[in-house]
Design a protein around this ligand. Structure first.
Ligand SMILES: C[S@@+](CC[C@H](N)C(=O)[O-])C[C@H]1O[C@@H](n2cnc3c(N)ncnc32)[C@H](O)[C@@H]1O
Ligand SMILES: [Zn+2]
Ligand SMILES: [Zn+2]
Ligand SMILES: [Zn+2]
Length: 350
């Protein structure tokens, strides 16, 4: 059998919840010392804040300095204040509460030995893994046509359904290698604003080139079993407005014959109480961002990170939206009209 999803997840490296996280102190190898990357990280340009007529500045930085740029909050629509949440830069908050240990064993979380800043995708084991996973999943899913791309100058042109494997803590390369994009903090100046019809939204204060990394969804990691239990305890009601499910890959792999990934333990990120700016991204049927699964310190297919990239060139001032991909009618007794305003709006979100 060809190496790939089936083999990668068979027997010994089948995801389990018991493997401990091993933090390897000082594991960052400096064999690429010779290269001595001198280029300093470019400082993000933050334009001077200009308020529109009737707009009130509610907060200069919603992130309390946790990102590389401040994210302001304005309201020019009504008197509502911005909901306060615990702001988290990292995507999985409160993992210990779940009693979940991320899988980080050498077999399931492979790494590269590059000393050239991971410039050669044919030699970098992490980029090779991304390509292998693409072809594994392509066998099972005829819908995927595009060839896998790599980050080019830190940009991703198109969504890669099978996920991207970024360099991780076990890699020998440095933290500025070309295969590390979404592990950086948000560095595009964004602004949270009150929309006329759909609550809060996010807009960009600068032009964003196509393929740029924007942000990664952050929230409390939960299992669908926990959600089910909550619903049973609360008359079927569960506040799911800020939930993002991480199940697409698991479902795709399961749809393949003899797929070995267990259906149980489907995870989701719940940003209702803690998270980052991504919880304010609204849905559009004609979105200017796409959501990309990315793997880093765990390669467990059930636990990707959800990173947002610019689908096209985005002009300063535009609202940032992605396609939630909900299917109307899938949640009984729930209907939500889509107010994205796109010319080809599908009409219903739920
Ligand atoms: C993840 S939140 C987005 C931020 C939200 N607008 C807020 O004020 O916090 C998702 C919720 O925003 C609203 N929403 C987002 N996009 C929408 C759209 N295209 N049409 C209608 N409501 C939308 C819905 O209430 C949805 O449940
Ligand atoms: Zn590499
Ligand atoms: Zn690597
Ligand atoms: Zn729509």
């Amino acid at each position: 059998m060809k190496k790939g999803f089936l083999l990668a997840l068979s027997k010994s490296d089948q995801p389990t919840l018991s493997d401990p996280i091993i933090e390897e102190e000082g594991s960052k190898n400096t064999t690429d010392e010779k290269l001595k990357v001198t280029k300093a990280k470019p400082k993000p340009i933050v334009p001077k804040l200009k308020l529109k007529k009737g707009e009130k500045l509610l907060c200069e930085d919603y992130t309390n300095g946790s990102e590389d740029v401040p994210i302001s909050v304005v309201n020019g629509v009504d008197q509502e204040d911005i909901p306060k949440i615990a702001y988290h830069v990292s995507r999985y908050t409160e993992i210990p509460r779940l009693g979940l240990e991320l899988i980080k064993s050498q077999e399931i979380c492979s790494s590269c030995t590059c000393t050239d800043g991971c410039l050669d995708p044919k030699k970098c084991k992490c980029q090779i893994k991304s390509e292998d996973r693409y072809y594994d999943l392509k066998q099972f899913n005829n819908m995927i046509h595009i060839k896998p791309t790599y980050y080019k100058e830190g940009k991703l042109e198109e969504k890669i359904f099978s996920g991207i494997y970024e360099c991780n803590k076990n890699c020998k390369c440095r933290e500025d290698c070309k295969n590390r994009v979404t592990q950086n903090r948000i560095n595009i100046p964004l602004q949270i604003f009150k929309t006329k019809e759909i609550g809060w939204g996010v807009r960009t204060l600068i032009d964003i080139p196509k393929g740029s990394y924007i942000a990664t969804y952050s929230g409390q990691l939960m299992t669908d079993e926990q959600v089910l239990k909550f619903k049973l305890d609360n008359d079927g009601k569960y506040p799911d407005e800020y939930n993002v499910y991480l199940s697409d890959l698991v479902i795709a792999i399961n749809s393949a014959q003899n797929a070995p990934v267990p259906r149980n333990n489907v995870f989701l990120l719940d940003a209702s109480k803690s998270g980052n700016i991504a919880r304010f991204f609204n849905h559009s049927c004609e979105p200017n961002m796409f959501a990309q699964y990315v793997f880093m310190d765990t390669h467990d297919v059930r636990l990707p990170e959800v990173a947002f990239f610019a689908k096209r060139f985005i002009l300063a001032g535009e609202e940032l939206c992605w396609d939630y991909g909900y299917e109307p009618g899938t949640i009984p007794d729930r209907e939500m009209v889509c107010k994205c305003g796109a010319s080809d709006c599908r009409g219903r979100l739920l």
